[in-house]
Design a protein around this ligand. Sequence first.
Ligand SMILES: Nc1ncnc2c1ncn2[C@@H]1O[C@H](COP(=O)(O)OP(=O)(O)OP(=O)(O)O)[C@@H](O)[C@H]1O
Length: 532
Amino acid sequence: MTNAVIGGASAASPGDLETAAALRLAHLSKDFSGTRALDDVSLVVRPGTVHALLGGNGSGKSTTIKILAGVYSADAGELEIFGQPFDLQHGYTPTTAQAAGTRFVHQDLGLFEDLSIEENFALDNGYPRRGPGIDWRTLRRRVNALLGEYELDARAETPVRELRPSDRTMVAIARALQDQDEDNRRVLVLDEPTARLAAHESEVLLQRVRRRAELGQTVVIVSHRLREVLAVADDFTIYRDGRVAGTIVDDSPTEDELIQTMAGRAVKALRPTGEASSGDRAPVFSVSGLRGGPLRGIDFTVHRGEILGLAGLVGSGRSSILKVIFGEHAAEAGSMDFDGTPYRPKNIGDAMAAGIGLVPEDRAGEAAFLERTVSENLAIGTLTDNWTHGFMPRGRERRRATDLIRSFGVKVAGPDALFSAMSGGNQQKVVIARWMQRKPTLLLLDEPTQGVDVMSRADIYDIIRRAAADGCAVVVASSDLAEIHALCDRTLVLSRGEISDEVLAGELDVDGLTSLVLREKKMNDASTETRS
Ligand SMILES: Nc1ncnc2c1ncn2[C@@H]1O[C@H](COP(=O)(O)OP(=O)(O)OP(=O)(O)O)[C@@H](O)[C@H]1O
């Protein structure tokens, strides 16, 4: 491998590249009350390249980015941006980071959906004034020029809501870089930009990011989707447990090489289920003629021990089905049947009492108490079991939490750590563990491994398979078709609120599933064109 260094602490100082660096971090360390989040991390980002930060959940990628953004201070370390040194220990704030030329686009793009693109730009950079009023003409001209430059087929006055998902991300990128100087002295940091995008949208976005880099833009990207990262990145810094485990410069490693460096060991492949599970096939839950929101008549049955996948484009109704079953959204029409009796939940409480669990897509917003401890978050699922005579027996709660942390492989200092202090993948394991301990009859999972590293992903798949083997019926909605392929016994493809196809495990590979989902997209596009 030319220019590549994999493994070992020596990889942490690619000193020969320092002179050419857009960004240079050296000997970065950070402790959080006893947890060593970063330990002597060094990395060099070359100008005009896409540099990937990879690593397992909790390995230190976000901490690096937050230090770079001036959100956390470093305990030790040096930073240079285009040759200019900054003191990370003293007075390096978000304002300094902005002035230094760093720009950040997070998963939550921070766009106001109901406002136009130009209003979103102005909110970020201020409105140009003409006398006492806003100079809309100048603003529009400037934004339209930027949209052209970023190859976006939209007008400044288009509401963000009307953009396709990859275009929204690109608008957020263009907005972040709207004050780019002629020498391209901005470092754009993209934090899991494709986590919420379907495969074809990710591809469109990453091609555009690649093109920006070819035009001189420096990009740092954090992602767990290795295949995508391999397609877009020039260089890689691979973290393991807060240290740099490998650096790869201007080369194309294989996915297995990356995983091995991240994990420090070989990881068993994410094996597909292969064929439909031969478990107990008794039907446990069915919906018939379900309508409401985007749903336009949904019928299906899920069986005990079965893992049923819901695939489809954003807006096809995947999450809505789960929310109606969980009593979060009311159905306008149709019926549901649970274990042979009619099921009409009025709220989430009814669903939980019936033995249904939901792990929602937005775990931080909907599923967790961020400023409570891990132990408290785990106890919430079984409050009635844990309370005795009006008191919560702490000892029992902590012991139970310690057992769950061990059996679900959660990487955390202990049961008293704050939920918010855990990395994304570990948060997801806690939310799943919380539901699993209730032993639900029907478990609904919405994007179960979004933001989860490949190693934990394999663990989560095992947890889900074990629950199914114990008789739980599982419904998984996912935009990641490799996940659907690896996990599900049977998959329903949704298109505009209806089931368009049913696929059994082993009938199609990931490409086959992708073309099925995209065929629906092409049909949708064609019918939209015909109507307009
Ligand atoms: N505010 C905090 N307080 C305490 N510990 C923290 C805090 N932020 C991060 N940590 C710890 O620092 C370590 C590194 O976490 P970090 O979020 O940087 O990992 P990551 O690589 O970004 O993970 P992920 O891929 O899951 O987002 C973890 O052990 C995490 O629990």
